[in-house]
Ligand binder design. Sequence first.
Ligand SMILES: NCCC[C@H](NC(=O)CCC(=O)O)C(=O)O
Ligand SMILES: NC(=O)OP(=O)(O)O
Length: 316
Amino acid sequence: MKQFTAVHDVTDIDALVKDALACKETPFAWHELGKYKTLGLLFFNPSLRTRMSTQKAAYHLGMNVMVLNVDKDGWKIETEEGVIMNSDKAEHLKEAAAVMSQYCDVLGIRSFPELKDKEEDLKDQVLNDFLKYTTVPVISLESATRHPLQSLADVVTIEENKKVARPKVVLTWAPHPRALPQAVPNSFAEWMNAIDVDFVIACPEGYELDEQFAGNAVVTHNQEEALKDADFVYAKNWSSTTEYGKCVVQDSSWMIDNQKMSLTNEGKFMHCLPVRRNVVVADEVLDGEHSLVIEQANNRTFAAQAVLKNILKGKR
Ligand SMILES: NCCC[C@H](NC(=O)CCC(=O)O)C(=O)O
Ligand SMILES: NC(=O)OP(=O)(O)O
């Protein structure tokens, strides 16, 4: 594996999921693989899980890790081509990426969308510029368009918890006070479309995900209808796709509670975290026995470990 930015960087999803499960079983079995190798993690935005789980994964493989919070500790990075750099940005991405390639054998990048201009965000410029100007493999730690490490952990979690061969998985929009990226639902949809599940997306009008991510998924504006007989309910807020980046709907009737979960087939509740309690989902669901959110977060370590392992081996 040369890079991990989307599901289409993976040639064999089943094998990668099996690798993640093998890492979970015996985390230290490959502790020599990353000896004398360095992972650099670059954050333009905050993180708890991605930062800690990816570091832990690297330690399991014997790697060293360097973390840079570009938004706080580093020089402000310019991304425009040909710009006269006489404002607040001291360093161009071209040098930053090339320099970090001297110090690191693998680089992870987190860079959220601006949520101002849809076409600009879809270009995923920061991630793509790093891909262009680094000489080492790059892992997306959540970009403007996708969050593949999260989605791989979600696929692993579904694999571990499914009771039927082809479960019904419902991705449902949920309310939130702030305008959030579409990266998590985009990415989740892409991965669900790539594996054998019955996949349905429920969202308010104006919140339909871009076709390149939603693919052939069934899309409905009726959440209760979607939830019927669901085996997995994946809740997430995202901002409007038609009034791009705006928080147009705040309808609290989309919140997931026990009454909603009772429509499902004893469905499991999933969310990538962090989650706003009693806005996105009621306490009773998060604290109930059908919540998988902590296991999803746990599986982030083994998803990251499987990806790093394959990059280090140059496989899959
Ligand atoms: N990495 C997981 C999700 C990150 C981000 N959530 C957030 O920004 C939530 C912030 C808040 O609740 O204020 C998102 O939706 O893409
Ligand atoms: N789920 C997730 O990516 O969490 P963080 O934003 O805390 O890394």
